[in-house]
Structure formats: structure tokens, C-alpha cells
Design a protein around this ligand. Structure first.
Ligand SMILES: Cc1cc2nc3c(=O)[nH]c(=O)nc-3n(C[C@H](O)[C@H](O)[C@H](O)COP(=O)(O)O)c2cc1C
Length: 159
């Protein structure tokens, strides 16, 4: 099974989880990057990112390092922004063939409330089988991420 981990990360939490998941699965990894950079300050990121989600903005992505078509399945990672997935993920999922390959999804959030985000993204993923909600490193329970990732990997490899 040839697997690709695709993720977006603004402040590193999703990147850290993506690297771990790719390593444990022996998968390749690709980071989604928008052509237009996000601002550096936290307040500006909340303002700009929140606005993008609100207006369903779909950014232009830099060319991907790996082709979705070369893989059997994709494991997708996204932070939660304004209770939803991020604009870069929506841009990636415009490719319906890539969306069909996504079988597992991991979320990073500040508070752990991922229900709405999951619903919003899951609608675009007809073959989604496994999901896991992980916590930002600033959250007091983020130490649980490791065990959750282990379980997620187990679910993916045991199907
Ligand atoms: C624009 C923006 C909106 C966010 N909205 C939410 C939210 O609605 N709920 C939540 O739990 N966390 C929210 N967060 C926090 C992120 O989901 C969290 O910090 C996550 O770990 C970031 O992942 P990253 O470091 O890979 O970028 C938001 C962060 C940003 C930048």
C-alpha cells in the first residue's frame, strides 16, 4: 500500500503530527503551502484566517512535491480554523481524484471541538474511514496526542 500524508500547518502542530504519522506508516509526506503567505503575528493570523474561512476563500497552492495520483491512499492533516478545516485543504480537495483517495483525517485544534470541522471536510471525502482529533501543544491534555496517534495508525494498518 503506497501512502501519502498531505497536511497544512501554520504554526507547526500539524506538521509535527504529520511527520510522526508518516514515519510510523512508512508513508511519503507533502506539505501544502499557499502562494500568498499568512501574516506573522498571532492576532493578524486569527483575523486574516478567520476571514478566509468565513468567506470560503480558496487560496492558490504552490505546486505539490508529490502527485496524489501516484498513491493508493492519502492521510490528510488539517488545523481547525473557526470550527472548520483550513482554506488550503479546501484548495487541495478541489481535485476530486485526490479527495477520493483520502481515507484518514487528523485534526489539530486549540480546544478539541472538531465536530463541525469534521462534518465540513468529511462531506468532500467519500472514502473516509478513520479520523483523530489532536490537541495544540499549548493545551494541557496535548500529551495524549501520542497515544491517539498510535491508535490512529493501528486503525489504518489493521483495516
Ligand atoms: C485563524 C485561526 C482560527 C482558529 N480557530 C480555532 C477554532 O475554531 N477552534 C479551535 O479549537 N482552535 C482554533 N484555532 C487554533 C488551531 O487550530 C491550533 O492552534 C492548531 O494546533 C494549529 O495548528 P498548526 O500549528 O499546525 O497551524 C485557530 C487558529 C487560527 C490560526
Amino acid at each position: 500500500m503506497k501512502r501519502l500524508v498531505v497536511f497544512y500547518s501554520l504554526s507547526g502542530n500539524t506538521r509535527e503530527a504529520a511527520k510522526k504519522i508518516a514515519e510510523d506508516l512508512g508513508a511519503d509526506i507533502t506539505e501544502l503551502e499557499t502562494e500568498k503567505q499568512m501574516p506573522k503575528s498571532f492576532a493578524a493570523r486569527i483575523f486574516v484566517g478567520g476571514g478566509q474561512v468565513m468567506f470560503n476563500y480558496v487560496p492558490k497552492l504552490k505546486p505539490l512535491g508529490n502527485e496524489a495520483g501516484d498513491y493508493d491512499e492519502i492521510i490528510l492533516g488539517s488545523p481547525i480554523w473557526n470550527s472548520k478545516g483550513v482554506p488550503a485543504i479546501n484548495a487541495f480537495l478541489q481535485d476530486e481524484n485526490a479527495a477520493k483517495k483520502v481515507t484518514a483525517l487528523f485534526f489539530l485544534s486549540g480546544g478539541g471541538e472538531t465536530g463541525k470541522g469534521l462534518d465540513a471536510i468529511a462531506k468532500k471525502l467519500p472514502n473516509l474511514k478513520n479520523t483523530v482529533s489532536l490537541l495544540d501543544r499549548k493545551h494541557k491534555d496535548s500529551a495524549q496526542n501520542e497515544a491517539k496517534i498510535k491508535q490512529f495508525i493501528k486503525e489504518i494498518t489493521n483495516r
